[in-house]
Ligand binder design. Structure first.
Ligand code: ADP
Length: 433
């Protein structure tokens, strides 16, 4: 309202000035020119004010007309809108950046001549790239012929190099062309994958070797048997000799199947877990061990008869049988073997102690590896497959327990593990049923 009056006043002012000019000079044309000139100056001054305001459009609009104020409001609204959008975009960008830092793979974007543009946290951890390296040439920072070829030759799509900050880590690096001048370099730590591949190759080599030995023996006997001049008695003798290598292969295949099943099996379900009497279990293990070995060893029992254990019975039977047969296998004839079962807090401890050959300290941590033997000849001669303790380890892992080993070379060894006891309430409810 105020601005409309001020405009009317200005217009009236100009009119009066023109009238005074015309009356005093009598020149109507000049009066009109002066009026127009004054008006132009007025418009130019206001225009200047608007230009000044446009430099900082969030300030209040200096011109107080409704049209100018409307225009100012629209300008302010559109500025605030685009500010909001930029803020949202910035937040989204920040989120993408910080999410990419959680990726285990490293990525770096390069532009022009392999200059580092951006990278994620894994690029720092795997490749040692620092924020101060932005703008530096990647091929100068990491001097490796394979990386050079990857970045410069189209035919090379993927290379494997050692991490520049940790020799033990192997990195698989690939490049994606983003556009004419930008590349994306992706690096992945493949050390674990390589380790698993090596383990698989070793495993296949070991199995082939283990099976080939008895097969070669069998082949020798079978070839001898094809001789027409052999007496029936010699033939029978040779056939008997075939039993040992055949048994050896059977044990090996059985152990391999057991191990493969255990390795891929999840934790046992409630239906698989049963409560068994520890003493009964030990008695059945000893019966079976006796049938497999010579009766010369002295088996001593120190067993609490009242302990009930929660387990998958068949698996614990096979684990404990492995420990007892090992104690017999690696003790001299007539050696004393003590089998114990006693309470350890909430757990029952199964223990086998022998006075056999013992194990060197550096071998103890490797005993549960597949096919690891302290002395290959002794193990083979005594019918070992090299898989027994690996089976024990996996059985106990399924029972959330662990094999403990103490040993002194020349004096003997002690193998033990703990399993949860069945609670008294459960035992009572079973007796009532
Ligand atoms: P193996 O079938 O050869 O006995 P295991 O996996 O059962 O395979 O045992 C791995 C190795 O651990 C054995 O070859 C042996 O060298 C050593 N070992 C296991 N039990 C005993 C023990 N009671 N006394 C001495 N050495 C043992």
């Amino acid at each position: 309202m105020k601005s409309r009056w001020s405009r009317i006043l200005i217009a009236v002012g100009f009119g009066l000035a023109a009238l005074v000019l015309e009356l005093s000079t009598g020149l109507t044309g000049w009066a009109f020119v002066c009026l127009l000139g004054g008006f132009l100056i007025y418009v130019l001054v206001r225009g200047q004010e608007v230009r000044k305001w446009l430099n900082n459009p969030l300030q209040p609009m200096p011109l107080k007309s409704a049209a100018w104020e409307d225009a100012a409001k629209q300008v302010t609204r559109s500025i605030e809108h685009s500010r909001g959008r930029s803020h949202t975009l910035l937040q989204a960008l920040k989120r993408i950046r910080s999410t990419s830092d959680y990726l285990p793979d490293a990525w770096i974007t390069l532009h022009q001549q392999h200059e580092i543009e951006t990278f994620n946290l894994s690029a720092q951890n795997l490749l040692g790239i620092k924020p101060s390296d932005i703008g530096a040439d990647l091929t100068t920072l990491i001097r490796h012929p394979s990386l050079n070829r990857l970045l410069t030759e189209d035919a090379v799509e993927i290379v494997e190099i050692a991490s520049p900050i940790d020799d033990a880590k192997r990195l698989e690096i690939r490049v994606v062309e983003l556009d004419q001048s930008r590349q994306l370099v992706i690096a992945r730590d493949i050390s674990e994958l390589n380790r698993l591949l090596t383990m698989r190759q070793d495993f296949i080599a070991n199995v082939s070797h283990e099976l080939r030995t008895p097969l070669t023996v069998m082949l020798g006997y079978v070839e001898s048997m094809t001789n027409d001049e052999l007496s029936e008695e010699t033939l029978r003798e040779l056939a008997k000799r075939l039993v040992t290598p055949v048994d050896r292969m059977r044990f090996m295949v059985d152990d391999l199947l057991t191990l493969t099943q255990l390795e891929s099996a999840p934790l046992p379900t409630d239906d698989e877990i049963q409560s068994i009497n520890g003493q009964g279990e030990i008695a059945s293990v000893i019966d079976e061990a006796r049938s497999l070995t010579t009766p010369d060893h002295l088996l001593k029992l120190e067993v609490d008869p009242d302990l009930y254990i929660e387990c998958v019975p068949s698996e614990i039977h096979s684990a404990f049988l492995n420990l007892v047969t090992n104690a017999i296998r690696y003790s001299p004839d007539g050696g004393e073997i003590t089998i114990r079962l006693h309470r350890e807090g909430e757990y029952a401890r199964f223990e086998v102690e022998d006075q056999g050959v013992g194990i060197p300290p550096e071998s103890i941590s490797r005993l549960t590896e597949r096919f690891y033997r302290v002395d290959m000849k002794v193990s083979r001669a005594r019918g070992g497959t090299g898989l027994g303790l690996a089976i024990v380890k996996h059985v106990l892992r399924r029972h959330q327990s662990e094999l403990q080993i103490r040993s002194t070379v020349g004096k003997g060894s002690q193998f033990f593990f703990d399993l949860p006891l069945t609670s008294c309430a459960q035992i009572e409810s079973r007796v009532i049923q």
